[in-house]
Design a protein around this ligand. Structure first.
Ligand code: PGA
Length: 234
């Protein structure tokens, strides 16, 4: 693992944006795995700026988001569809047929999950997967569990995750209790991984990087991946 400790959120955002921009410049048809949450916001802002300054071209980029809440309409302001449109897709020249987010309204969730993994495969796999991390070590919505779940699946959200997510909702009762998430296996198949963690995540980063590999800390499996960069504020 390549571990980069930075002093503040601005530097984290800059460092991560540089890594992603480098990936797109090296391979314009890159397949990116994208994350939501508060940490990537500064990164997306910088990528949009690079596009506006004509330094980056997203026209050949394909993307797959990590997860989506079950039961939220894409127009719902708390859905990850809405987040991605608002913070990235509306502002760059990505082809709208090339970005993918799980459909949390799918009638057959299992079929949706299978199809999602199949689409990733058909796109040639993910070149660079961006990950945030929860205080409980979740990546995507892979919550602490007794075993690592391989493929994209429906996840019952941890109480701590629901509480953390409630800051974006009017009321905690509005936070969905399930989500579709890429599995740990789907994430591990990415050719390279960039994990970003902002202030207050030092403890879980230590466990992830130096602790035992344990499904109770889902991110710890990343220790076995051959190309992971961790950028964290510490
Ligand atoms: P955050 O969350 O970026 O909003 O801190 C990350 C996560 O829980 O995966």
């Amino acid at each position: 693992m390549n571990i980069i400790q930075v002093s503040d959120y601005q530097k984290l955002s800059e460092m991560a944006a540089v890594i992603i921009a480098g990936q797109i410049l090296r391979k314009p048809s890159s397949v990116l795995g994208l994350a939501t949450g508060s940490t990537p916001l500064g990164i997306y802002e910088r990528l949009v700026k690079l596009y506006q300054e004509k330094c980056l071209n997203f026209s050949q980029v394909t993307s797959f988001n990590l997860d989506e809440y079950c039961g939220l309409d894409p127009q719902n302001h708390q859905s990850y569809h809405y987040y991605m449109q608002n913070h990235l897709f509306f502002h760059i020249n990505m082809d709208e047929t090339k970005f993918h987010i799980p459909n949390g309204l799918a009638e057959d969730i299992e079929a949706e999950c299978k199809a999602y993994d199949e689409k990733i495969k058909q796109a040639g796999g993910i070149d660079l997967q961006i990950l945030g991390i929860g205080h409980n070590g979740h990546i995507g919505f892979n919550e602490p569990a007794h075993s690592f779940l391989y493929g994209t699946h429906q996840e019952i959200l941890d109480e701590s995750t629901i509480k953390a997510s409630s800051r974006f909702f009017e009321d905690i009762s509005q936070v969905p209790t399930t989500a579709i998430s890429m599995g740990i296996g789907t994430i591990m198949e990415a050719k390279s991984i960039l994990l970003v963690a902002s202030e207050g995540k030092q403890e879980i980063i230590q466990k992830t990087v130096y602790g035992p590999i344990d499904p109770q800390v889902p991110a710890s499996l990343l220790q076995l991946h051959k190309d992971v960069t961790v950028v964290y504020v510490g």
